[in-house]
Design a protein around this ligand. Structure first.
Ligand code: AMP
Length: 303
């Protein structure tokens, strides 16, 4: 399998209505890779500081994630803190400290430059563009972003959006990016920015895919108790891209049916992520658990 992810590795501090945890392993590329690794090999390109715990490197390695593109730089690891309202739907970013990520210049190892599937995880758009410029043979590139970048780096973001196959956004980001209140109109407007496909995430209401020959919606898997939704979007992308990449070769080019299956596996990966703080639940999820829940979700949504 040939799947590459570029993005943040982080220490997160998270407050929910009932609990507060500090310095949890997180980051957009971390969640993505942990979810994708259940479907096959994934290479991670990112940067950490000298404070990055050896046990965290070991955790990623133990899940089969290729860390040849992980740089250790002088300084502190990227840090993010956020607080959730009791209904989970509103998240407030309390602080973002880029630290070593501020001067990160992604270097894709030679062996990964021919990766066919690439996920440009949430990061500064200039970093995403520099990573994209180094890959040569892609079948499917998906890009994620965040309100911060839409706000402070819109021109650079629009430039990189134009060059990818799929853009993944949550409802707030879609509205912010396009200025449209209606999500369907926002998705249509986002398509006009260049990507062939848009994936819209609507939290507990599920996700929606729009593109040529593909118009598909799936509810979230009904989780009994949400513990921490951090990383749900990245885990969704990990299940989605991991499954897509695992089918490549077998199923030929990415078609609408493959994208629908990817939506199912992304939805299920996200459901495991939210059942624990940080990566604690996702990191110990087995392929068998993912497959069992996928089968269950298929049953739940069949009319
Ligand atoms: P999600 O909940 O899927 O949006 O992802 C949350 C993860 O994104 C956390 O682990 C954060 O460390 C990471 N993150 C937060 N803000 C940023 C940012 N501006 N750029 C890149 N990664 C970020």
């Amino acid at each position: 399998m040939s799947l590459l992810a570029v993005g943040t590795l982080a220490y997160d501090s998270i407050e929910t209505a009932t609990e507060r945890r500090t310095d949890l392993l997180g980051g957009s590329a971390t969640y993505f890779s942990l979810a994708a690794s259940r479907f096959g090999g994934v290479s991670l390109v990112g940067v950490v500081g000298t404070d990055f715990r050896a046990s965290d490197t070991e955790l990623l390695r133990s899940r089969g994630i290729d860390l040849a593109g992980l740089e250790v730089a002088q300084g502190k690891t990227f840090r993010w803190s956020g607080r959730y309202e009791a209904d989970w739907n509103t998240r407030h970013t309390l602080a973002t400290d880029l630290n070593v990520f501020e001067h990160f210049d992604p270097k894709i190892p030679l062996a990964q430059r021919a990766a066919r599937f690439v996920f440009l995880a949430n990061a500064a758009p200039e970093i995403q563009a520099r990573a994209l410029a180094q890959v040569t043979k892609t079948d499917f590139v998906m890009l994620d972003t965040m309100n911060l970048w839409i706000d402070i780096a819109r021109p650079a973001l629009l430039e990189v959006i134009r060059r990818v196959d799929a853009l993944i956004l949550n409802d707030e980001e879609a509205r912010m990016l396009t200025g449209e209140g209606s999500l369907l109109r926002a998705a249509t407007k986002a398509l006009a920015l260049g990507p062939r496909h848009i994936v819209l995430k609507k939290g507990e209401h599920g996700a929606f895919l729009i593109g040529p020959g593909a118009h598909f919606a799936l509810p979230a898997y009904p989780v009994e108790e949400v513990v921490d939704p951090t990383g749900a979007g990245d885990s969704f992308a990990g299940g989605f891209m991991g499954h897509l990449a695992s089918e490549a070769g077998k199923a030929g080019p990415v078609d609408a049916a493959a994208l629908r299956r990817a939506m199912l596996h992304g939805t299920v990966a996200a459901s495991f992520c939210v059942e624990g703080f940080g990566v604690e639940r996702l990191a110990r999820t087995s392929r068998a658990e993912l497959d069992a829940r996928s089968a269950e979700l298929r049953t739940i949504v069949t009319v």
